[in-house]
Design a protein around this ligand. Structure first.
Ligand code: QZP
Length: 395
C-alpha cells in the first residue's frame, strides 16, 4: 500500500513549524502521496539523495516549482540552468561553474569582509535593531548585487520584489501568489534591463557571463537568461538563510557564546544553520516517464516534492537532529541540494554567511532577542519578516 497524506505543505500552519510534519512524512515511508495537490513527497535522507542524483528519471525540465511545465505553460521563459536537463544543462553549468570556482571567488572575500565590518559597526552603534532589514537583507543586497555588477547608485528593492515573484511562483496559485505577482509589470522589465550587458560593470559575474558569449560558448540571449538566474536565485536565498541563522544564534545563547569566543567558527555556524533551518526547505522534480521508486509506481510527468529540510533532520543520519550545534559535523547535509543541480553558487552563499557571522562575532559581546521573531508565512522561501535583536559591542 502506498502511503497517502492530506498534508498541505503550503499552508501557513505547516510553514510556521514544518518539523513535526517532516517527522510524520519520514515515518510514513520513502515516498508519500500528497492527495491535496496530487504530488509525491520524499523526505527521508537517502531517498532525497536518490531522487536528486537521478536526473534521468527525475527531471528539472518540468519546472522548478509545483507548476508542471510538461502540462502547462511556464510563467516566464524557463531558467536555462535550473529548469533543464543534461546535455543542455551541462553547457550552462560549465560556464557558471567556472565563473563561480573557488579561484574566481578569491578576490571577493576581502570586499565582503570590508562591507561586513562596516555594517556590524553601524548596527552596534544602534544597539537595538531589526536584523532582517538591517543585517540579513542589506548584506546580500550590497555584496552579492555588487559582485554581479549591478549599478551601485540605485535602489535595489526591486531585487526583493523579483525574488518574491520567483519563489512565489514555485508554490500554488493562491491569493498570496497573486499578490506577489502584482508587481510583475514594473519589476519584470526592470530586471530584464539589468540582465543586459550595458547595465553590468566589467568586473562582475554578469560581465563574465557575457565574455562566455563572446567566446561562443553561449548566445547573447542565453547570457541574459543566466544573469537572470543570478538575480532570481542569489538574493532571497541568502537573505533568508542569514536571517534564520541569526535567529538560531539568538535562541541558543550557549551557541552564541561559543561563536563570540571563537569567531572563526562563523563558517561552521552558518553551515549548521543551513542544515538545521535554511531558506530552501524543498525542491521539485518531475518524472520523465513511468518509474518505480522504493517499490511505488510513479506515473509519467508526476511532480515530486523533495524535502531538503526533512532530510537534514533525519534521526537515522543526524544525532539529536533538532538541536542546533555549531560544533557538529555537518558534512553531507543537503541544504544546497546534491547532484548535477546542486547549488552552483553555494561557495558564494557560504562566504556571505561566514563573513557576516564572523564579523558580528568579532565585535559583538551580547546578542539577544529584543522581541518575537516572525516568520514570513506567504508562498515562497522559508524566512523571517522580522528579527528584533539587542546587540552590545565587545569592549
Ligand atoms: C531559483 C533560476 C531552486 C532554488 C532554491 C533556487 C533557484 C535556482 C535557480 C533559479 C531560481 O535559474 O532562475
Amino acid at each position: 500500500m502506498t502511503p497517502v497524506s492530506d498534508l498541505d505543505p503550503f499552508s501557513p500552519e505547516f510553514r510556521a513549524d514544518p518539523f513535526p510534519r517532516y517527522a510524520e512524512l519520514r515515518a510514513a515511508g520513502p515516498i508519500v502521496w500528497l492527495e491535496r495537490y496530487g504530488i509525491w513527497a520524499v523526505s527521508q535522507f537517502e531517498p532525497v539523495r536518490a531522487v536528486l542524483n537521478d536526473w534521468q528519471n527525475f527531471s528539472n525540465a518540468g519546472g522548478g516549482g509545483l507548476a508542471n511545465y510538461f502540462l502547462e505553460p511556464p510563467w516566464r521563459p524557463p531558467s536555462i540552468i535550473l529548469e533543464v536537463d543534461p546535455p543542455a544543462h551541462t553547457k550552462t553549468r560549465t560556464v557558471l561553474s567556472r565563473i563561480l570556482s573557488p579561484a574566481a571567488l578569491k578576490h571577493l572575500r576581502t570586499r565582503f569582509e570590508t562591507e561586513a565590518a562596516s555594517l556590524v559597526d553601524r548596527v552596534l552603534d544602534r544597539g537595538t535593531i531589526d536584523a532582517v532589514p538591517e543585517l540579513a537583507q542589506v548584506f546580500p543586497l550590497t555584496v552579492f548585487a555588487d559582485a554581479v555588477g549591478l549599478p551601485k547608485d540605485e535602489d535595489r528593492t526591486n531585487l526583493l520584489l523579483y525574488g518574491a515573484m520567483v519563489f512565489g511562483a514555485f508554490g500554488p496559485k493562491n491569493q498570496w501568489h497573486a499578490e506577489l505577482m502584482s508587481h510583475a509589470d514594473t519589476v519584470g522589465p526592470w530586471i530584464a534591463e539589468r540582465c543586459q550587458r550595458s547595465f553590468l560593470s566589467p568586473d562582475g559575474f554578469g560581465a563574465a557571463i557575457y565574455r562566455a558569449a563572446d567566446a561562443g560558448e553561449i548566445t547573447e540571449g542565453e547570457a541574459a537568461l543566466l544573469v537572470r538566474s543570478f538575480l532570481s536565485a542569489g538574493v532571497d536565498t541568502t537573505i533568508d538563510s542569514i536571517g534564520l541563522a541569526l535567529r538560531c544564534l539568538a535562541e541558543a545563547p550557549e551557541q552564541w557564546r561559543l561563536l563570540a569566543e571563537q569567531p572563526q567558527l562563523g563558517r561552521a555556524a552558518f553551515e549548521e544553520a543551513t542544515r538545521f533551518d535554511s531558506s530552501s526547505q524543498s525542491l521539485f522534480r518531475t518524472t520523465m516517464d513511468e518509474v518505480e521508486f522504493a517499490g511505488v509506481r510513479l506515473a509519467k510527468h508526476a511532480k515530486v516534492m523533495v524535502f531538503l529540510g526533512a532530510a537534514n533532520r533525519d534521526p537515522t543520519v543526524w544525532e539529536n537532529p533538532d538541536r542546533f550545534d555549531i560544533t557538529r559535523r555537518t558534512t553531507g547535509h543537503v541544504g544546497y541540494g546534491v547532484g548535477v543541480h546542486g547549488c552552483v553558487a553555494q561557495m558564494v552563499a557560504r562566504m556571505e554567511g561566514e563573513v557576516l557571522l564572523t564579523a558580528l562575532a568579532r565585535r559583538t559581546d551580547a546578542l539577544a532577542l529584543a522581541g518575537a521573531p516572525k516568520l514570513r508565512l506567504t508562498t515562497g522561501l522559508r524566512g523571517l519578516s522580522t528579527l528584533p535583536l539587542e546587540l552590545r559591542a565587545k569592549l
